[in-house]
Design a protein around this ligand. Structure first.
Ligand code: FAD
Ligand code: SF4
Length: 470
């Protein structure tokens, strides 16, 4: 039913989907937001002003047709909205859940000017979840097979974005991943309170129905050689992510009780999903005083995972102030509601303890001039050392690019930071120095976002189609 109030944004305020209360949230590994009801989604979507120049679309890395699908939702046309949203995004149900909308689409919504941005992410999630529940599947009826085959290394968002575009253009993608399930960090990284795992399982069956083949538990370079892929396929896409842990470089990092963020999170996922090879891999924070070092999305995930594992208390120490945190504001607020304590302007200089962790030595900082990314530097305040007592430390300083050891540098060049060189605007989008090989996602731009990985995978697929001349 069509809503018809051009001033909906005045009469109806921004309303996020209902959020479970924090006491309940901390007892389970489950998403914390309830789905929108149809009337709520329609009424929130109808708040869109349809500005002549939609900044939200420009700011969205995949340039979603946001006002157009908001209009379709406000009219109740969910299936059309799903078709349209899949024209630009291969994982809209995931981006709707995990994008930091406050600094992307919603951050640039005109209604931020006092009225509250349209709930773009939640509507995007609602469209795909609802359409799938109604039986909608991408329309593949007009696809003509080309007889071409492309190997994709990595079933993360970049590999999925690439496979989606290739299969819709009649090219058969075969996706290899060393893990037992698709999703990359969406499955083995981002915890269930942000993204429940059934979402990726559903996407896997949709992609398989479309003609994408997954060969899981298969590591390229170990189980199959890269050169064999080059020989067997018409082109290769690499979306292998970046997994090299960034060390703090201070004393005490090797003490028992100090954990790397991703190892801790993956062990938790493997434990809850039953993929655990050895029960000893699981790290339990039950009853412990935990300090998480870092201020990005990974740090927030470690904080909130520790809380759900019934840590005695969780403190997050970050070297800048709250305004200069790299993570999503929404996730910081969620962590705080769940009981995480934040210590801002604290920089770790050592982890202390004899046989295992007993505390973290921190110094205070103050904010200095902006760095090359525009974020203000943290300057140490002399003589401000303090030790925070704890039983466990999780280090979440991010990841460095890590080209696989089977890379042949004479064939695939990497930059001085270890990122694969694959320029968006080369001869073909995202082609590497080996003309048959394309790459995208975290292994090209460094650790970033789901939506940018999807974008690069899709663009690389377009590069491959042009290269194959199909
Ligand atoms: P990945 O997702 O890392 O996928 C790479 C895949 O390649 C993996 O499945 C890996 O197994 C496979 N692979 C690697 N080498 C081989 C090989 N030799 N053979 C076979 N397979 C191989 N982004 C957001 O937008 N929002 C968030 O809230 C968010 N939270 C995050 C939380 C955590 C804890 C982490 C670590 C990251 C988070 N990110 C978030 C970032 C986001 O997950 C990544 O930017 C994104 O997943 C990168 O996609 P990708 O396809 O490049 O790589
Ligand atoms: Fe916003 Fe991300 Fe969706 Fe783009 S993909 S509209 S940035 S939530």
């Amino acid at each position: 039913q069509q809503l018809s109030n051009d001033f909906q944004f005045i009469d109806v305020g921004r309303q996020d989907p209902a959020k479970k209360n924090a006491q309940r949230r901390v007892q389970e590994f489950a998403e914390i937001y309830e789905p929108f009801r149809p009337q709520e989604a329609a009424s929130q979507a109808h708040r869109c002003l349809h500005c002549g120049n939609p900044y939200c679309e420009w700011k969205c890395p995949v340039h979603n047709y946001i006002p157009n699908w908001l209009q379709l939702v406000s009219e109740g046309n969910i299936l059309e909205a799903a078709e349209l949203s899949h024209r630009t995004n291969s994982l809209p149900e995931v981006c709707g859940r995990v994008c930091p909308q406050d600094r992307l689409c919603e951050g640039d919504c005109t209604l931020n000017d006092g009225f509250g941005a349209v709930t773009i992410g939640s509507v995007e999630k609602y469209i795909t979840d609802t359409a799938f529940a109604m039986g909608w599947r991408p329309d593949m009826s007009g696809v003509e097979p080309t007889g071409k085959r492309v190997a994709i290394i990595g079933a993360g968002p970049s590999g999925i974005g690439c496979a989606d575009i290739l299969v819709r253009n009649g090219v058969s993608p075969v996706v290899y991943d060393r893990y037992p399930e698709i999703g990359g960090l969406l499955t083995f990284g981002i915890p269930e309170f942000k993204l429940e795992k059934h979402v990726m399982k559903r996407r896997r069956s949709v992609l398989e129905e479309m003609g994408v083949e997954f060969r899981l538990n298969t590591e390229i370079g170990r189980d199959i050689q890269f050169d064999d892929l080059l020989e067997e396929y018409d082109a290769v896409f690499m979306g292998m992510g970046t997994y090299k842990y960034m060390e703090g470089g201070f004393p005490g990092e090797q003490l028992p009780g100090v954990h790397k963020a991703l190892d801790f999170l993956i062990a938790n996922v493997n434990h809850t999903l039953g993929f655990e090879a050895d029960p000893a891999d699981y790290v339990s924070m039950e009853g412990q005083r935990v300090v998480v070092l870092g201020g990005g999305d990974t740090a927030m995930d470690c904080n909130r995972t520790s809380i759900r594992q019934h840590a005695k208390n969780v403190t997050c120490a970050y070297r800048r102030d709250e305004a200069n945190m790299p993570g999503s504001r929404r996730e910081v607020a969620n962590a705080r509601e769940e009981g995480v304590e934040f210590l801002f302007n604290r920089q770790p200089i050592a982890i202390v303890g004899d046989d295992r962790v007993e505390g973290v030595k921190l110094v205070r900082t103050r904010m200095g001039e902006p760095d090359e990314h525009g974020r203000r530097r943290a300057e140490v305040v002399p003589g401000s050392e303090e030790v925070i007592a704890c039983d466990a430390v999780v280090i979440a300083f991010g990841f460095q690019a890590s080209p696989a050891d089977w890379f042949d540098p004479s064939s695939i060049s990497v930059d001085e930071r270890g990122r694969v060189t694959a320029p968006e605007h080369g001869e073909f989008f995202f082609q590497t120095s080996n003309k048959k090989v394309f790459a995208g996602g975290d292994m090209v731009r460094g650790s970033d976002l789901v939506v940018t990985a999807v974008y690069e995978g899709r663009q690389a697929a377009q590069g491959i189609l042009d290269y194959l001349n199909v």
